[in-house]
Ligand binder design. Sequence first.
Ligand code: FRU
Length: 516
Amino acid sequence: MRIILFLLVFLSCIGCKKEDTTHIKKETIPENSVSNFRESYRPQYHFTPPTKWMNDPNGLLFYKGTYHLFYQYYPDAIVWGPMHWGHATSTDLISWTHQPIALYPDKLGYIFSGSAVMDINNTSGLGTKDNPPMVAIFTYHLMEGEKAGRNDFQTQGIAYSLDEGHTWTKYKGNPVIGNPTSIRDFRDPKVMWHEASQQWILTLVAGDHAKFYSSSDLKSWTHLSDFGKDKGAHGGVWECPDLFPLQVTGTDQIKWVLLISINPGAPNGGSGTQYFVGDFDGTTFTTTQKEPKWIDYGTDNYAGITYNGLPDNERTFIGWMSNWNYAQQTPTKEWRSAMTLSRKLTLHNKKTYYLKSYPVHTIDNYSYDTNTYDSITNGFSLTSRNFNEMRIDFTIEGVLKDFQIQFSNIPNNKLSIGYRKDEDAFFIDRRASGEIDFEPRFAEKIHTAPALLDSNGRTTFSIFLDASSIEFFVDQGATVITDQFFPEQPFTVMTFTSEKTKMEDVTVSKIKRIWN
Ligand code: FRU
């Protein structure tokens, strides 16, 4: 009986992502005033919506000293529903100010994921030379079309703001890209200015591949080429692409990176983000890469994209810290889901090209009460009132050997991370980390990540713990594992176990909360 009940709830929740309710248009005051941001499991230094449901980051754009973060938002429930674009701003990518909702569903559909650009030269004519428009490019998802059994219910639309993202107007000529040949999954446009060919390039996904388009005015788009049907991982539908150039560290070489989120089919189950390193000539993306590469091996970093408009060709990435396997069942009540820390992406080449992703340096400004230890050896335990708002950095010298760091609390919830020599893999084990039974796949296995070492016999580690998340970075982000967990109480003990190695140059810092 229990199993049948569970199956019913599970199946109905898969359906939730597709459920229709009436289109909502109401006043745009975010309800952050009602929350003190101290509810159970509420992250203290990661972005969360003021209330209710959030998924993908959208429209990441830096303009005039402000980082804009838009996001998939359903302001009426803590499950997925008619999508809006929520909005927040920051000056350092760590502390955020909630802003009024930017985009509401309309008669063309829900507002699915997409991107934003500053149209500085007013190529679109939607602003003026003196007051150029901020333009958002997103997918319209017409639920009525889907329900009627059609396949052409996803199209691309644009909206513009003439007051730096505060208020938005939808373009009258929407959709700007119709659904060409009834492609069911046809979404998530990411737009960039392509300097070499002096045009806008738009990348979107169409089920099992990416499509590239070009435009001179953001309104009229020409299909250029497709990529990926026979490349990379295909365990699920492709979502949320991002195409950008990046300099290979220590060289003058520029390569192009294509991020593709995929659900399901990630290395540890469910949703994850793969990437390709190759070349883009203004028309076509090519790569010689054979194996899929993953930006993060944890189960909780999905649909991540990078900022447009950053100076010095920097690339900063934010992902949604959840997984469609269980995103709608996690045990929070007032709101659901957080974003990863903002991470700087760098590209490297040692035998093969690979990305590193590591928290932006401004996070260092949030550390306080730092304790340092020259070394920590087998069986050593540290205690703290609350390890869940902390950062731990350390080094291991020499060839890596088995080790484990376990966080625990009075109710004996346990969260472990470490390295296993026989698999040459890092791991996070959240199987006994507290509330785990809201969805069977949440705690079904240990999450592992191959050691993609960059270290020359000296490996650095950084661990960021928040109320309900851990981000584990090896060698400044050569290997990353990001996982959520839901302990009954904060962790108070940290124990290191290893017969063969020790932690060195250890610093343990508290991290300031970002909400006032
Ligand atoms: C990814 C995704 C996108 C889509 C959005 C809808 O998580 O499925 O492909 O645009 O979420 O909310």
